[in-house]
Design a protein around this ligand. Sequence first.
Ligand SMILES: Cc1cc2nc3c(=O)[nH]c(=O)nc-3n(C[C@H](O)[C@H](O)[C@H](O)COP(=O)(O)OP(=O)(O)OC[C@H]3O[C@@H](n4cnc5c(N)ncnc54)[C@H](O)[C@@H]3O)c2cc1C
Length: 409
Amino acid sequence: MERIVVVGASLAGLRACESLRTAGYTGTITLIGAERHEPYDRPPLSKALLKGEWEPERIRLRKPAELAGLDLDMRLGVVATGLDTADRAVTVDSGETLAGDGVIIATGSAPRRLPNQPDFDGVTVLRTLDDSLDLRRRLADAPRVAVIGAGFIGLEVAATASRSGCTVTVLEGAPAPLMRGLGALMGEVVTRVHARHGVDVRCGVQVAGIEGAGGRATGIRLGDGELVPAEVVVMGIGVAPVTQWLDDSGLELRDGVVCTEALRAAPGIYAAGDCARWVNGLFGETGEEMRVEHWTNAAEQGAAAATNLLAELAGAAPTPYAPVPFFWSDQFDSRIQFLGRAHGDDDDVQLVAGEPDGSFVALYGHAGRLRGVLGVNMPRMVMPYRKLLAERAPWELALRHASETQQQI
Ligand SMILES: Cc1cc2nc3c(=O)[nH]c(=O)nc-3n(C[C@H](O)[C@H](O)[C@H](O)COP(=O)(O)OP(=O)(O)OC[C@H]3O[C@@H](n4cnc5c(N)ncnc54)[C@H](O)[C@@H]3O)c2cc1C
């Protein structure tokens, strides 16, 4: 074995490289990254870095010496433009072709933008370090901020902008925030957290378009004609997996790179992180196809993809990747944590500890099984459910566990 090519120099890609080295791989690892920065952490981009509490140095994923220790052939500011699947060869924007014994695809996701909108100054998305520093500079003038979309990133930006002294309005088409992630009941709880801090979260509204004057944003026109004034507009309407560069590769692309349970997209080619769609055997009767857009998955999946690629190259059996997904979100003084999967309003949602307007734990059940656990400011009560989720615990057992835990408190 001489070379493995990893495309995407962020969390999943870096974890893949580390896993290759930990497993004893001594060949060349070429890590290709479109951004010029060394791998950094994205969660602080909407939190401490955006608020100005942290500087970029603090969000490096690894110190320079640690990166050097991995002995990577790191190509930053280089964009992969195509993949020859049969030859396991990646073409980059300079025209060079980098062939390997294996390829790991970790190109993440990119923010969606509202289509057909003029390019006014003050209209932005948040994905990269550069986006965050640009937005932070704008928030320093305490502008009026409108956030389109009440997903996690939109709500975190709203909370940080409000804490920075801005007047903030969040505009959401669905009846409640975070509907797709957590269902309506918990969406309403989140709305109240924001309302308590003066953020105007307006649900069930339609955005007609972004308005501007003299090249600068002035606000958002709603479907009913109202203008919500704003000098800064943040589009937080979700992300799409970055797979365009694979269009001619012959890989199956369907809202992500479609992989097996072991993360294999084709012989010698694996995917991990926000861009990977795979079947998680832990859910559903025969597994559930999913793509996860959260930190813990990117880290764990990057490592798993590398391990399975090495197994394939050594002629050994791969290991299915079947984690309990986990994410967190910080909004004002609320740390939201979610373990498992939610299916919006298809789930049974039951509060098992605390109060909805304070700290609490809620269980999500579906088809007689525990599927998810939501906690707000109750980390020590959430994490023990990981074992029950990994065991596909029946709903009744999970409820019993909850009431026994309550008695112990
Ligand atoms: C503002 C923000 C806040 C977040 N907060 C949280 C949080 O609180 N909790 C949580 O669980 N998750 C959070 N996340 C999500 C988490 O950061 C992502 O799930 C994680 O970064 C995904 O890692 P990844 O390596 O798969 O992809 P990414 O981090 O998206 O990295 C992909 C990399 O590939 C590069 N790339 C893309 N195309 C090419 C190409 N053709 N050639 C070369 N390079 C390419 C990109 O430039 C990028 O650097 C947050 C994300 C953002 C943006």
